[in-house]
Write a protein that binds this ligand. Sequence first.
Ligand SMILES: [Mn+2]
Length: 334
Amino acid sequence: MTEIVKSSAPKILAEINKANNILLHCHPSPDPDSVGSALAMKFALEGLGKNVTLIQGDNEIPKAFDFPGVQTIAKKSYGEINPVDFDLFIVLDAGSKKMISFRNEVVFPENMRIIIVDHHASNEGFGHINCIDASYSSASQMIFDLLKEMGVKLTHDIALNLFMGMYTDSGGFKYGKVNSETFKIVAELVDLAPEFAKTIFTMDNSNSKSALIFEGLALSSLREFYGGNLVIASVTNQQIIDNRIVKDEIYTSNISNKIKSVEGQNIGVCMVEPEPNLIKMSFRTRDENKYDVSKLAVALGGGGHKAAAGARLNMTIPEAIDKVVETAKIVYNL
Ligand SMILES: [Mn+2]
């Protein structure tokens, strides 16, 4: 437990106690940390007798996420609810307002209190209470500490959701921020949810045909820059249409991760054009100290972590490649 979480907990609990209708969300292109931390918080708040609405946000929750309570997530984005209906919005795992919704500008009504709980270093703190601590490998681990400090008793469903968020955001307990504290928490979670491996199996083995076709296209498009230090994969909107790829089944991070698995390929970029002139990008690095990809992402208007980040651009694929290559040169002095 860090000092930031410890000191935030009583303030957060006081806000929760005052609130009647609480809003939670999943971020655009939801990942297991977003969904797991939100579901765990939902169960905890309901245990405290609160009315809670958890919205899926801009995108559908992937079918592969067979987490307890996932069917209770409302199929709405922030633009499709009436924010004045809520007196508290607890924003989890979202480094900026764009990670609440890309579709519309996110405006908070005056009556709504905002609590941020996040582990993205790029988070500037846009809430009334900002519990932001980049030393955590996942938002789910922050929620574990927060719930402990708030005196909430963990249930099986809370534990399994937190486990999935912690497991995934730490790359399967492989990333730099994982420490003995992580494993002590995991030991407690696994005691409560001993069948965790089944949920991981479902997540890892729910690949769609679209995902495989996309990976094939992306991996056959690789272009090397700066002596192979930066490698970019790209798939155009026309290719998505021609190959009948289902857009919700595209995972660019699988490709950027594969790129950086090759020695010498320090920065892996995968870009896709799901709509004409909208480029979604994911960045991964094999050396987060030398090539902190959150810096590249922030320079391109996005955000993320040192080892894993993302951004969006409104341009064509060739323009986006030029933009990333130029920006990487400046950011990393290539
Ligand atoms: Mn996260």
